[in-house]
Unconditional design. Structure first.
Length: 280
């Protein structure tokens, strides 16, 4: 439990650190955001209220404005749109126009977080959003496993909802270690794209019983946790316990199989490890 709480605190602290760094570099969420269909833009043409107002981007990615008509804006940043409007309005309409564009409603792009999080569902993209930021927003639960899976649909047009592993046309971009995120590794804190799904699997556990100081269930790293590690997580053996008398009970094809275990054997999810008493 303590280890899980520490993970959640680490997510929050890293998110604060990332936000502080962005502010220090003078970045705002809209700096890198690329406008898309259904977004609502505020266009201010200084000195010309009749040309200013809020305008919605049409489904074809175009914005219709007074005098200049319809212009393509989908996939462009607000600074690029501002430059385009200055050029358009300078062409026979206004002398040295001053124009400001802002996104007032982000409606075109979103990602999804599913699995072991407190707030599953869609997260609207308002700029360059990273994996860590999305996880902090969704709030990972104490039952989350040691990895998260990043999935990407075949096309953004098909991304009307979350996708799942193995779904047709879905690509698994990668599996990211929570431990690496906790240590602040930016190489795994990848930027997200419209339509991405972050799947947070439930933790895989084993039971450690018998002559150990803290018997009970423990979370394991799949393919990386040994019998010795599991015993250590359970507080080690008692004064009567023997690491030479360890048994593992495992379900194999629905059958309960019990066998002796060596300390460097890898455990599997659902295993029950029992430490026996020393022979005197």
């Amino acid at each position: 439990m303590i280890r899980k709480v520490s993970q959640l605190l680490a997510f929050s602290l890293l998110l604060v650190s990332a936000s502080t760094s962005a502010r220090a570099q003078g970045q705002t969420p809209g700096d890198s955001y690329k406008v898309g269909a259904k977004d609502v833009l505020s266009v201010s043409v200084f000195g010309h209220t009749e040309l200013s107002g809020k305008f919605s981007v049409a489904g074809d990615g175009r914005l219709s404005l007074p005098l200049v008509g319809s212009i393509p804006v989908s996939g462009r940043t607000v600074s690029a749109i501002e430059a385009e409007l200055v050029t358009r309005y300078s062409d026979g309409y206004l002398k040295r126009p001053q124009i400001a564009v802002q996104v007032v409603e982000y409606l075109s792009q979103r990602v999804f977080v599913i699995g072991e999080v407190r707030s599953p569902g869609a997260i609207t993209l308002t700029g360059s959003t990273t994996l860590l930021e999305a996880l902090a927003h969704a709030a990972v639960t104490e039952q989350a496993g040691g990895q998260v899976v990043l999935l990407r649909p075949g096309s953004r047009e098909s991304a009307t909802g979350p996708v799942v592993p193995g779904q047709s046309g879905v690509t698994e971009i990668g599996r990211v270690s929570v431990q690496q995120l906790r240590t602040g590794s930016m190489t795994v804190n990848v930027p997200l794209e419209d339509g991405d799904t972050i799947f947070v699997p439930r933790a895989e556990t084993v039971f450690v019983l018998g002559q150990v100081n803290k018997p009970g269930p423990y979370t394991i790293e799949p393919g990386a946790t040994t019998v010795m590690t599991a015993i250590s997580m359970a507080g080690g053996t008692t004064a009567l316990g023997s690491t030479g008398r360890v048994k593992v009970v495992r379900l194999v094809d629905g059958e309960r199989v019990e066998e002796r275990a060596k300390l460097d054997d890898l455990v599997k999810a659902g295993d029950t490890i029992t430490v026996g008493a020393r022979l005197f």
